[in-house]
Design a protein around this ligand. Structure first.
Ligand code: UDP
Ligand code: MG
Length: 313
């Protein structure tokens, strides 16, 4: 049996040597054969050089170089497309996902589990703000979407061959949430806990702003509820108008009273209107992106990978 480890790399020159050392040590102790598939997501530091040296000295190290930075998820998708394993483990290059978990993952794969979600029990690096916003995000998305998201799930997960095939052919959306798909493809699932380690070197590439955009896109992709806000807002304004009309008729003060009331109401109504238009705009933006059908990633070159299937997807 072959185990593929997919690692997305963006400016991790300092973390890579220890990642390679620790992970290889664990992998060599397995009964399975393995391939260590690094996806260089357009790094601008020395990561590429480090990876080339690793690939030179170890034929189990495979390298896919993307033509530019496409983002963490796109890099993972590239890795999933190119892996040949009977099982795959996706992990980060910064050792936050401990390689010691791999033997347990392989056990689960051998027991016939097809999707193994690794759930964080402790996150050393995330600050209070990141933890609170992340909790709020999961509450919201679980309330308004018909699929369930595990709050502490991470981009650390394992799939068996069948699910890899599904990922290679379906869920090829441009605006996406890979972790969400993995949790919702079905199949025989299980979770394993892990304690996230501190980053071994370098710094996190996910800024609060990036996380915010990511969260908004996820909500829009997995729920139509925001689109319905317009209907509720319309019903609310209709009721409000009706109430004011009845009140005016009953009190019979036909003369206009209260400039402030009118201005406040107008601003309020327009605000609702524009918010709803904005939400529709966001959905149209997603449709536009999907319609253009640009590649999720573009491969520039590879190392230790045969000629097969090197087209961009
Ligand atoms: N990463 C990537 N492309 C990017 C940003 C990040 O491939 O545009 C990789 C990064 O090298 C790391 C993983 O994705 O291996 C997770 O990124 P990071 O550690 O910065 O995220 P965090 O763990 O802080 O959420
Ligand atoms: Mg990290």
């Amino acid at each position: 049996m072959l185990l593929s480890i997919v690692v997305s790399v963006y400016n991790e020159e300092k973390a890579l040597p220890s990642f390679y050392r620790e992970t290889s040590r664990v992998l060599r102790s397995l009964t399975w054969d393995y391939e260590l598939l690094f996806v260089d997501d357009g790094s601008q530091d020395g990561s590429r050089l480090v990876l080339e040296q690793l690939a030179e000295g170890d034929e189990k190290v495979k390298l896919i170089g993307l033509s530019r930075n496409f983002g963490h998820e796109a890099a993972m998708i590239a890795g999933l497309d190119y892996c040949h394993g009977d099982g795959v483990v996706c992990m980060d290059a910064d050792l936050q996902h401990p390689p010691e978990c791999i033997p347990d993952i392989v056990d689960r794969l051998e027991q016939g589990y097809q999707v193994i979600n690794m759930v964080r029990t402790r996150n050393e690096d995330a600050g209070l703000v990141k933890n609170i916003t992340s909790l709020a995000f999961y509450r919201l998305i679980n309330a308004i979407s018909d699929v369930h998201f595990e709050p502490n799930a991470s981009d650390f997960f394992a799939l068996d061959k069948r699910v890899i095939q599904v990922m290679q052919t379906s869920y090829r959306e441009k605006v996406r949430f890979l972790r969400g798909y993995v949790q919702n493809v079905g199949f025989k699932k299980t979770t394993l806990p892990y304690a996230a380690r501190p980053r071994v070197a370098g710094k996190s590439k996910y800024s609060i702003k990036k996380l915010f955009t990511f969260s908004v896109n996820t909500i829009l992709c997995f729920s139509n509820v925001p689109l319905k806000l317009g209907i509720y807002a319309g019903m609310f304004s209709a009721l409000l108008g009706l109430g004011v009309m009845v009140y005016t008729l009953l009190t019979r003060d036909g003369a206009p009273s209260g400039y402030a009331t009118i201005v406040v109401l107008l601003c309020f109504m327009f605000a609702m209107l524009f918010v709803v238009v904005g939400i529709i705009g966001e959905y149209i933006a997603i449709l536009f992106t999907e319609l253009k059908d640009r590649p999720v990633y573009i491969v520039a070159d590879t190392r230790n990978i045969g000629q097969d299937g090197s087209e961009d997807k």
